[in-house]
Write a protein that binds this ligand. Sequence first.
Ligand code: FDA
Length: 299
Amino acid sequence: MGLLNSSLTALLPLFPERAVRPFAMRYVAGETEGDAFGIVHELNQSGFSATVDILGEHSESAEEAGEITDSYIRLYEIIEDSSLDCNISVKLTHLGLGHDDALAKENLFRLLEMAERRQNFLRIDMENSPYTDATLDLYEQCKMKYPSVGPVLQAYLKRSGDDLQRVLPGSPNVRICKGIYREPESIALQDLGEIRDSFINLVQTGLSGGAYIGIATHDTYLIDTLETWISNRQIERTRYEFQVLYGVPMGDRLERLLDGGHKVRIYIPFGAEWYAYAMRRFKENPKIISYIMGNWFKA
Ligand code: FDA
């Protein structure tokens, strides 16, 4: 079955959008701001916080990066005007990093100016390892002027313990996740058990060191272990939140976290670039691919 799934994964790019769309829309709020904020509103009503992300990365021109920044700025306006419990997550390559780093910085500061004016927060997603240094450098530069910004550290990267120590003195708001990109063994842990240990260690070190931590995982072993640790240590509820991606099946675990008084934030991606994002989600859960194939043949 594993071999079958990996063969199907290799075929994924051949699937037409119309076959993929019904499955993609489980993980993506839709194509427009209206689609995304409709879902944010519903989730807020049920007690969940949200973060929205405009799908896409690696803007290829100054115009594209500028337009994306403008779109993000508009999101802050809607969030405040509609009184939503929602912040924003952004990828720096979408703002121009890698194409024109000075422009990316300018766009990032423009966005943070608006986040501050609207009393909101900006999460800088972490991309693959060629961007780790530049992302953390930019984070440190803007954190001095705008406190409401936070980075992401990936538990699979061997450097993340050092990176956490580097940012800890600034009382940061850090999201910890396992890491989604394929990275070489020279810089990244490959063993699930080691990645879990690293994740736990980063969360515990961050919380003990005064950081606010976003615990971003669907792994119930990690959620259970950290919930128990937090409770034993009597860590205040205002010091952390659990975070999951929209659409990933969690049974009633999220409702139980809310019932236990924990904050839970749902990451909601939307936008025209839904196809590439959905492909990444499917690669994480290849069982879905056989359903897509069924749908494709029926289409
Ligand atoms: P794991 O992969 O072990 O999954 C646990 C269980 O959940 C499994 O049963 C699995 O099948 C299921 N599951 C997990 N993901 C699924 C999916 N997409 N679809 C269906 N089932 C799924 N990465 C990164 O490099 N940079 C970043 O900035 C972020 N940001 C981020 C924000 C938030 C809120 C989350 C939850 C995750 C990220 N990630 C990320 C992704 C993260 O690094 C990681 O790849 C995924 O969360 C999967 O790892 P888990 O810890 O969930 O465990």
